[in-house]
Ligand binder design. Structure first.
Ligand SMILES: Cc1cc2nc3c(=O)[nH]c(=O)nc-3n(C[C@H](O)[C@H](O)[C@H](O)COP(=O)(O)OP(=O)(O)OC[C@H]3O[C@@H](n4cnc5c(N)ncnc54)[C@H](O)[C@@H]3O)c2cc1C
Length: 432
């Protein structure tokens, strides 16, 4: 095997983007991936003819990194509606992005979810997020929580609890509104400027497209089931020696550690310990003909009561009917409360079903449970004190850190971090 110039550890979105950047710069690379496949947290699987994503996730059309790596047309995406229905205890109430769905936005004014005070508080926020000259910096840290920001802007407690908490709770996988106001502002702007989309072949198609962007002849540089076990400075002093799980020693000039924060710290113990948000996504199948009307629209349903366990639900087949066998529909419900996520699968499934029976009626009892995705390390928490712990991209001379824990807990953040780390490694090689 030819000695590469750059060794990439981790084949998630960040690591794959780093490999693409090296390839385009004609810098030789090798990627070690501990798992059986690339993609990390962005993957899909097929269960009994149903496409099941690794937790409910969406790709925002406003993300700027995607176009650098993936052809949107080839990915074939469809958008969800830029609106949501909020369960407030006795019925669903609508809220819509006023610029994307003006009629829905106007109807929302009368749904009882928004007070006039909320409208006055939200309008400048929504207009700034959609049309502001400057897009907020995803790497910024404001030092105050989103709850503090919303209070300052005059948003009522009622709207915070019924809409912001479940909607952005689903985005950050964190029910607390404690995430940093700067991370929130960037996300709000991404939602205001783009649409939430789902790829035809599931979210895993994103990782497949990234892998395919690497030329066929370079695929042998991608080593699966090869976890890195240690990183030491090379005894010759010329670079770094990385030992993998097959006992092979890789001697390289530049290393990009593109693992999740938890795994990166095992390799580089001086990295700070990060706190994690977790989630469980349950998927059921039902006859399409008996699928509740509220689930037939490609729209997010939110638990505005805070009682859970399901925080947000959606029918993936309302976007892509072929995610289930002909004549069937899928329903996915995600839990983000830490304690509820710890319940046994049977207990949690039964509690979710009871809750959804309250939303949709007794037909829920006929749904068949298809899959449970339990993800303990889903997203690094993004409270102000967590963001202060973000590592810098340059860990040591020739060792670069990539991954969503470096910038922002999103596909966009992971892509950007992989690109920047690889650009820096390539520049360091050119300068050497
Ligand atoms: C349920 C869920 C919903 C989400 N929703 C959204 C969403 O709607 N929109 C959005 O933009 N983002 C979303 N995200 C976040 C997004 O998926 C992640 O931020 C992003 O995928 C992180 O990519 P990464 O490459 O940084 O890390 P990972 O995907 O974790 O990849 C790291 C890779 O490193 C490998 N690895 C670990 N240790 C080693 C080792 N020692 N040696 C070699 N390989 C190793 C792992 O096996 C893995 O493949 C969601 C995440 C989850 C879990």
């Amino acid at each position: 095997m030819v000695r590469p110039q750059v060794l990439i550890i981790g084949g998630g979105v960040a690591g794959l983007c780093a490999a693409i950047v090296c390839e385009r710069a004609r810098v030789s690379w090798r990627l070690l991936e501990a798992g059986e496949r690339v993609g990390g947290r962005v993957s899909s699987r097929t269960v009994d003819g149903c496409t099941i994503d690794h937790g409910f996730a969406v790709l925002l059309s406003s993300y700027s990194e995607i176009a650098r790596f993936i052809d949107w047309d080839a990915l074939d995406v469809r958008a969800l509606r830029a609106s949501a229905r909020v369960w407030t205890g006795e019925r669903f109430r609508s809220i819509a992005h006023p610029l994307a769905h003006p009629a829905g936005g106007a109807a929302g004014l009368f749904s009882g979810l928004l007070s006039m005070r909320d409208v006055a508080a939200l309008l400048p926020m929504a207009l700034g997020a959609a049309w502001g000259v400057q897009i907020p910096d995803p790497n910024a840290r404001r030092g105050i929580s989103t709850e503090q920001l919303l209070l300052k802007r005059g948003v009522s407690r009622e709207l915070m609890d019924s809409f912001f908490r479940p909607f952005f709770g689903g985005v950050f996988l964190d029910p607390t509104l404690g995430y940093d106001a700067a991370s929130f502002a960037w996300r709000l702007s991404m939602f205001a400027r783009g649409r939430a989309t789902l790829p035809r072949r599931g979210m895993g198609a994103i990782s497949e497209h990234l892998q395919r962007a690497l030329p066929q002849e370079s695929q042998s540089c991608l080593l699966l089931r090869r976890g890195a076990q240690s990183i030491e400075s090379d005894p010759t002093g010329a670079g770094w020696a990385v030992m993998d799980s097959a006992g092979q020693n890789h001697s390289v000039r530049q290393v990009i550690v593109a693992c999740d924060a938890h795994s990166a710290r095992k390799l580089l113990p001086s990295l700070p310990a990060r706190r994690w948000c977790r989630t469980v996504t349950m998927t059921w199948r039902t006859k399409a003909s008996s699928c509740p009307a509220a689930l037939r629209r490609p729209e997010l349903l939110l638990d505005g009561t805070g009682r859970g366990p399901v925080n947000h639900a959606v029918s993936p087949t309302s976007v892509w009917p072929d995610h289930a066998p002909h004549g069937e529909s899928l329903v996915s419900g995600s839990v983000i409360d830490r304690e509820l996520c710890e319940l046994s699968e049977a207990e949690l499934e039964s509690r979710c079903r009871t809750q959804l029976e309250g939303w949709f009626g007794s037909t829920v009892g006929e749904w068949t449970h298809v899959a449970t995705e339990r993800i303990a390390h889903a997203l690094p928490r993004q409270h102000p004190e967590d963001l202060a712990l973000r590592p810098s991209m340059c860990h040591a001379s020739g060792v670069w850190i990539a991954g969503d824990h470096v910038s922002d807990g999103s596909i966009e953040g992971a892509m950007r971090s992989g690109r920047l780390a690889a650009e820096s490694a390539c520049a360091a090689l050119r300068g050497a």
